[in-house]
Structures are given as C-alpha cells and as structure tokens.
Ligand binder design. Structure first.
Ligand SMILES: Cc1ncc(COP(=O)(O)O)c(C=O)c1O
Length: 455
C-alpha cells in the first residue's frame, strides 16, 4: 500500500494515457507524489500532506507559489479582453521588452519565446548565422534544454566519460536518442571553469558559440572561479565566437540584471526563463543589437527565422512584467530578503555539519543552495562526480520529504528559497536537517566524516 494512495491512484490513471504518467520525464520521481496546491512557500499533495517547498518546480517560483501581485496582473489582463491575436505587436510585449532592456546591461533588444529550450535553440541558430560557423562549445554538467545541440553531457557517469581532460574536450554523450551522429560532431563539451580547454577547442575547430550557465545550477550550485567569465569574454573577442549566457536558472533569481551583471561581464546573447515570470511559461532571448537584428535582416538569405504561435502570449507576458516590477520594488527588497534567508540557511546547515563532524559543504548563490557531501566546493562535473556521496544525499532528501520538506529527490539538485519563505521556515528546515543527518550518521558508519567532530 502506497504511503500516498491518492497520488498513486491519479498516477495509475494517467499512465494509461501518458507514457510513464508524466509530461516531462524529469518529473518522474520516487516517492511518486501528486501535488494539488501551491501557495507561497508551501505545496500540498493529493493526500492532504503539506510541504515546505525548496524545489520551486525546478526554480521558477522565486516570489513563491501563486504570488498575488503576479496573479492579479494575469487576472486583470484576462478581464481586459486581451487575447492572443497573432498579428502585429502588442503593448504588453513592448512593455516587457523595455523592462528587460532597462534592467539587463547586456540587452539592447529582446525576442520573446515560450520555453528556455526554444530560446537557447534560437540563440545558437543566430550565432551560427552571424558567424557563418557550425561548431559550438557546451559545458560538461550544464543543461541548456532538450534540443539536438545541447541534449548532452549533463550528469554523465565518469565510467562513460573517462577521466578529466584539460586542455581538451569530452565525447558528446547524448541524453536523448535520435540525435544524428553528424550533428553530434559539431558539439564540443568541455570542463566548466577551464579556459585552457576553450582555447584548445577554438584552435581546432571553427567555433560559432559557447553557451553556458554562468553558475552551473543543474548539478547543484557550481560557481565560476574569479575571472572565469571575464576570461570567456576575452576569448570570445579573440576567437570571434558568440558568448551566450544561459541565465534560464540564474537570471532574475540572483539579480535583476542577470548573473552577468553581478560579475560585470556582458555576453553577446543572454537567455532568460523561469524566475522572469514566477512560474508562467515564457522565455526571453536578449542581446546586442547587431546580432538581434539578424532576425529582421534585410538580406533574406541571412535572416534568421524566429516564429511561434504563442510567443508573448498575453498571460505569461503580463506575468513577466508584473514579476519584474515586483523585483524592482523598494530598491531590491526581494533580493535583500532572500539573501538574508540564504545566509541563515547556509550558516545553520554549516553549524549542523560542524556539530556532527560531517564531510560536507554548503554552496550558495543568493537564494539557490546545495549541500555536497564532500570535502570541498566542487569546481566542475568531474570534481563533483568523483567526490560527492550521492546515496547519502538522496537519503537526506527522501527523509526530508517524509518530514514535510520538499527537496527534489535527486542527488545534487539545487534548492531554491523564495521571497515567500520566512526566517521561521528556514529555522525549521535546519532543525529537520539536523535531526535527519544525526540519524543517518548514527546508522551509516561508512559515511565519510571529517577527522574532527565538533562535539
Ligand atoms: C539553465 C537551463 N537552460 C535551459 C533550460 C530549458 O528550459 P525549458 O525547460 O523551459 O525548456 C533549463 C531547464 O531547466 C535550464 O535549467
């Protein structure tokens, strides 16, 4: 008998009509829980259990679930008679474009799409058109969407990938079948935080673009080393490739100008999604005018096709405008609060780690954090894959879920604090983490521990 009988019933029914029962394969989890309500920092499942949510649906809910300010804007838009017209422009999309360009230093103009994958697809096509080159560089351990160029080399087992290579590249390891072999030869996965490998690949191939998450946030939180992003900027200028920051996860969550604005590095193109509309489906491709103008190039043989029936649908567009307005209010109040909550979480978990004498580190960027069970902050996928205790991480996540705290039940997945979380929520999370880690430590004698226990 399932611990979650109503969830099990819904999933069983859906499995008859949807392969696997879920419409995005990364939502297939154990335990199999069906959620029915979200409000602020909390979500509820079909069996009446409430959870403090740190998954945030893979990170879009930065203000919290069903934020009233954003929802009001959506309701107002629907009541106004606004619809999807599919002919000409709308005032809404102009307002969104103006807001993004005002806040994001690397954005002269934007295009609006529905998903992060569409936006990274367009960014790469644009880069190839502008440079007249085909090859691209991606990061081992990064995720930039589901399409052929980038559906590769995420959490690749080291047994398949081989040992660290630097300078050099890794073989393309698809995370989907159906990617043509010939296409795979155009994509060059390298280490994050490794400028030598960028140089190595650029000397060997004609590179159109390098795309990366400026902080790797699909394998927790792996930060760029000081100077790394600026180094990429210099190499892009030197070799003439287009530097694309995939800020689908980092954008608007870490700063209203994107993570690039924190480091003062301007990519040529930047992609936003997720937190830009607090859970509504929209993505933005922004960048330098001379590149973006290729979408309307007067020479038709050079023009890049950008089309989409639902692009800038009024519902997500209104949500994005309201979200950005909310983020800009009171001189960054949202960012100040989530930074305080993040500091509280980091300090609290660090105290627990010390008290229990665990070999673990908390890595945090603002509201995003991850606990790695290893002796140092990882710098790239190899470092993480070789050092982290994955099974211990998963045990912690499973037990947190049982205690009403939802960390996504897959090792190394980033946790997201929202503006709706309170200091009391963070305290209770730290308490639960302590209880569970003490229990796990007592029962798991094989757990790697640091040599000194603080007690
Ligand atoms: C960094 C990054 N880029 C792109 C994507 C793809 O976005 P979407 O799922 O909206 O297509 C994701 C999704 O998780 C992401 O994390």
């Amino acid at each position: 008998m399932s611990e979650y009988p109503n969830s099990a019933r819904i999933l069983q029914r859906n499995r008859q009509f949807v392969p696997g029962g879920v419409v995005s394969v990364n939502r297939a989890t154990s335990p199999e829980i069906v959620f029915v309500k979200g409000q602020g920092a909390y979500i509820w499942d079909a069996d009446g259990n409430r959870y403090l949510d740190y998954h945030a649906a893979f990170a879009p809910h930065f203000l919290g679930h069903n934020d009233p300010y954003v929802n009001e804007a959506v309701i107002r838009t629907l009541r106004s008679g606004m619809s999807l017209f599919g002919s000409g422009t709308t005032e809404l999309e102009g307002q969104l474009a103006e807001l993004v360009c005002r806040h994001v230093p690397s954005s002269d103009s934007i295009q609006v799409l529905n998903t992060g994958s569409e936006a990274t697809y367009q960014a790469l096509r644009l880069a190839r058109a502008v440079t007249g080159r085909d090859h691209i560089i991606v990061m081992q351990g990064g995720y930039n969407g589901w399409h052929n160029d980038v559906a590769c080399n995420l959490m690749t087992p080291i047994s398949q990938l081989g040992p660290r290579v630097s300078p050099g590249e890794y073989p393309f390891k698809p995370i989907s079948s159906g990617i043509p072999e010939v296409h795979q030869r155009l994509v060059h996965p390298i280490n994050f935080n490794d400028l030598d490998s960028v140089r190595w690949v650029c000397e060997k191939y004609s590179i159109a673009a390098l795309i990366l998450e400026p902080v790797l946030q699909n394998i927790g939180v792996i930060k760029p080393r000081p100077g790394y992003l600026a180094g990429l900027r210099r190499l892009a200028d030197h070799y003439g490739f287009v530097l694309i920051f995939d800020e689908v996860k980092t954008g608007f969550r870490h700063a209203i100008g994107g993570y690039g604005s924190i480091e003062g590095v301007k990519p040529d193109l930047v992609v936003f999604g997720k937190a830009i509309a607090n859970g509504y489906p929209i993505a933005v491709l922004a960048g330098k005018e001379e590149l973006m103008n290729w979408f309307v190039h007067p020479d038709l043989s050079k023009r890049v096709l950008l089309a989409g029936t639902y692009n800038a649908h009024p519902v997500p567009t209104a949500a994005a405008i309201a979200t950005i307005e909310r983020l800009a209010l009171n001189d960054g109040e949202v960012y100040r609060k989530v930074e305080e909550l993040g500091q509280q979480m980091e300090a609290g978990i660090n105290r627990v780690i010390q008290r229990l004498g665990l070999q673990a580190v908390v890595v945090r960027q603002g509201s995003a954090f991850c606990v790695y069970f290893m002796d140092h902050e990882p710098v790239d996928w190899h470092d993480l894959a070789e050092g982290h205790n994955f099974s211990f991480d998963e045990k912690l996540r499973q037990q947190l879920i049982q205690s009403g705290i939802y960390f996504f039940p897959l090792a190394t997945k980033q946790c997201s604090i929202s503006f709706a979380h309170s200091a009391a929520d963070i305290d209770s999370t730290i308490e639960q983490i302590e209880t569970i880690l003490s229990r796990l430590t007592d029962s798991a004698l094989s757990l790697p521990q640091s040599k000194t226990r603080a007690d």
